[in-house]
Design a protein around this ligand. Structure first.
Ligand SMILES: C[S@@+](CC[C@H](N)C(=O)[O-])C[C@H]1O[C@@H](n2cnc3c(N)ncnc32)[C@H](O)[C@@H]1O
Length: 253
């Protein structure tokens, strides 16, 4: 729900329940069965407009164990890591499950996302977030297989199409961890700082990866009202850098 000041509230509707906020109360039953985009009034006289949440609405409001990959970055990871329908993607760590959800949508019904996480509390949080989104949505995402484990030790999967790492020391996964990736497959790492970027890029170049590329995404929203057409004063500036590379085959020469 969105209020008159563009504040957003994520509400799971249930018959007979009420939504309470500083704006007053609203009966869920007023919305259940009604159209999306409807505006209703709270007991305090404020208006709220209701929509089903998009995936980006959801990941920014769901409960977090670990910091999530922001939608602007998840969108680019899906494109630049070439997460295609039917792909098998190996991910680590699952964290809060935000990126897992974007990957599962991109691989679609015939695809699979295998996601490893070392922390049991994060794994449970990711599982709960993924279950809540998938059970309430009409989309047909790929299968998500959440696994407890340390990707640095190597994992049993072989010939996966894509590997996506959002963890602090991804270079430790090169070797045993990236054995899972098929030649030609894409490794994509998401990292918040430049020293981490230097380390992974050097390690990828030494460790059998080509076409290594690094970039970041700055998305600037605009205020468009009458004569006031300008960039918004605030933006999400730095989140993380995205590094991609392709696994090379053994040389024949
Ligand atoms: C920043 S969070 C990932 C957030 C996630 N991408 C999301 O969007 O919700 C990093 C996660 O990696 C996990 N992690 C760190 N090292 C790991 C390893 N070697 N194997 C598996 N998971 C690991 C951490 O426990 C943490 O939950």
């Amino acid at each position: 729900m969105i209020d008159g000041r563009a504040r957003r509230y994520l509400v799971t509707l249930a018959q007979g329940k009420q939504f309470h906020s500083h704006l007053g109360a609203l009966e869920h039953d007023e919305l259940i069965g009604g159209p999306e985009g409807v505006t209703v009034r709270t007991s305090g006289g404020s208006s709220l407009t209701a929509f089903r949440p998009t995936l980006s609405d959801y990941v920014l409001k769901m409960q977090r164990g670990a910091q999530v990959v922001y939608p602007k970055d998840a969108a680019l990871i899906v494109m630049y890591a070439d997460i295609f329908p039917g792909a098998t993607v190996l991910e680590a760590g699952s964290g809060s499950g935000a990126l897992t959800l974007a990957l599962a949508d991109a691989v679609g019904e015939g695809g699979l996302v295998i996601s490893y996480e070392v922390r049991e509390d994060h794994l449970s949080r990711a599982a709960a977030n993924i279950e809540a989104w998938h059970s309430g949505s009409d989309h047909r995402p790929g299968r998500v297989d959440l696994r407890s484990g340390d990707v640095f030790d190597g994992v049993p999967e072989r010939s996966v199409d894509r590997m996506v790492l959002d963890l602090p020391e991804p270079w430790r996964a090169l070797g045993a961890g990236t054995e899972s990736l098929a030649p030609g497959g894409i490794l994509c790492c998401y990292l918040p700082t430049i020293p981490q970027v230097s380390q992974i890029v050097e390690a990828m170049r030494r460790g059998g990866f080509g076409l290594v590329s690094t970039f970041e995404a700055l998305v600037r929203t605009w205020n468009v009202e009458g004569q006031s057409v300008r960039p918004d004063h605030r933006m999400i500036a730095h989140t993380g850098f995205i590094v991609t590379g392709r696994k090379l085959a053994e040389n024949r020469a």
